[in-house]
Design a binder for this molecule. Structure first.
Ligand code: 4AD
Ligand code: MG
Length: 435
């Protein structure tokens, strides 16, 4: 019976014989003794192999086994203050399952080299820690929506329609037709709420982003929700609860990983205890002008530098609402407000503190069929293609809203990662689709 390494690192196992299996993380030997560290998904432990304690051939195998060889190790657990983690195994059996060749990953290799060798780099302690937190996060999203009474609905990935504008669509040859990889589940979600009412999903999303930044992927995971009868203010409240729930789960589950990644957990604890503000786009421009001397013309979309600047003034995420209608996707309903000089959309972006990352985007959906047709025409979309979507306004239309949360963006923000590429196992960007 093999045990997890993390399980045997305790007083309870001191002096007991155990078997573990994993990979050699580090190893060095003098003539008579091998000091190796073995890792498995749960942790790492030092093992000491002494010549004479096991058959000579086996000892020679332990000497020859290089880093990343796969091994099964049996021995006695000993508490030892000098060992990392406070325990080591004194080895009586050492079976090399797979001898590794000289491992190409050494210290101080460039980020780009590590991405080229991602299939190996994924074994690193850093990537392992991030991927554990990612797993907690995606589990938390399912848990949150299910406890709130949402159904999971899985949308198609091939689609004939644009939703977020044509500029970032990936075209796919579909027999003799041309279709796209999905940019969002939204149009299908809007159809499904007539059946299931409150729905959510988490699925791959594709955007042929034309820029190389530390915050854009071409393939990413979006967790979306859509609900009948809810306004955009209602779903902003859901988004705030969802993100607080995710952070709570990560804090409760991933202490070791957060410590390893040097995440400021006290800051996260304080943040989730606070109310998170909602402010308008127009107020953002005012703050940027008064506090940062940035003069942004009303009607222009916020760029990264403006999102970063505004979020320096907050220590929690902020929902920025009511962007100018003119720069918004066709489905966002328009309205007039007293504080804005032009029509605004019933929409919001959630921005993260400090980094200013946009972590969520959402809105109410226009229920006015004529306004939708006009907006599609203005975007140059073939309205015929959207007839099925327009049917949703013809048969029992109701107020409804939804949003999409960028899984990698949220992870990048919570874990304070410099680059979004480290928030996904195999990143796809403008410059990279391999390995
Ligand atoms: O703001 P976006 O474009 O919203 C939509 O697609 C809506 N149809 C969602 C909805 O209402 N159901 O995208 C949602 C979120 C962004 O806020 C961001 O977090 C993430 O998806 N995102 C990206 N993440 C990584 N790489 C990219 N290229 C991303 N584009 C958007
Ligand atoms: Mg957006």
């Amino acid at each position: 019976m093999f045990k997890d390494i993390s399980e045997i690192m305790s007083q309870e196992f001191d002096g007991k014989e155990v078997s573990i299996r994993g990979w050699i993380w580090r190893t060095r030997s003098s003539g008579k003794i091998v000091f190796a560290t073995i890792r498995d998904p749960s942790g790492v432990i030092q093992v000491t192999v002494k010549k004479g304690n096991l058959p000579d051939e086996t000892f020679e195998d332990a000497v020859k086994a290089l880093m990343e060889s796969s091994v099964e190790v049996t021995g006695t657990v000993k508490a030892d203050e000098r060992a990392p983690g406070g325990f080591e195994i004194q080895v009586s059996g050492f079976n090399v399952v797979g001898f590794a060749e000289a491992y190409p990953i050494q210290k101080d290799q460039s980020e780009e080299w590590l991405r080229e060798n991602r299939h190996l780099w994924i074994r690193s302690r850093k990537m392992t820690a991030i991927m554990k937190v990612r797993s907690t996060m995606t589990g938390a999203i399912h848990e949150f929506f299910r406890k709130e009474g949402y159904y999971e609905f899985t949308p198609p990935i091939f689609t004939p329609n644009a939703c977020e504008g044509g500029a970032t669509l990936f075209e796919v040859k579909y027999y003799d037709k041309k279709v796209y990889l999905t940019q969002t589940w939204q149009l299908y979600a809007e159809a499904m709420i007539f059946s299931l009412g409150k729905i959510y999903d988490m699925s791959p999303t594709f955007r042929s982003e034309k820029s190389k930044t530390s915050r854009h992927l071409t393939e990413f995971w979006m967790a979306e929700m859509e609900a009948a009868w809810l306004t955009y203010h209602d779903v902003i409240a859901v988004a705030k609860d969802e993100i607080k729930f995710i952070i709570r789960k990560i804090l409760d589950t991933n202490q070791a990983e957060l410590e390893f990644l040097k995440v400021d957990t006290a800051k996260l604890e304080v943040m989730i205890a606070k109310d998170w503000p909602t402010i308008t786009y127009t107020e953002v421009l005012k703050i940027l002008k008064e506090k940062d001397g940035m003069d942004i013309e009303w009607g222009k979309d916020l760029r990264t530098i403006e999102e970063e600047a505004i979020m320096k003034h907050f220590d929690t995420p902020v929902a920025v609402v009511e962007y100018p209608k003119e720069i918004m996707a066709f489905y966002k309903p328009s309205m007039e407000t007293p504080d804005a000089p032009g029509p605004v959309a019933k929409c919001f972006d959630m921005l993260a503190p400090d980094c200013g990352l946009e972590i969520v985007g959402g809105s109410e959906r226009d229920t006015d069929i004529n306004a939708l047709i006009k907006a599609l025409e203005e975007e140059g979309e073939p309205v015929d293609n959207y007839e099925w979507y327009l049917d949703l306004r013809r048969y029992g239309s109701v107020v409804h809203s939804g949003y999409g949360l960028g899984v990698e963006r949220v992870l990048q923000w919570i874990l304070e990662l410099d680059n979004i590429k480290d928030a996904i196992p195999f990143p796809r960007t403008m410059g990279r689709v391999r390995p």
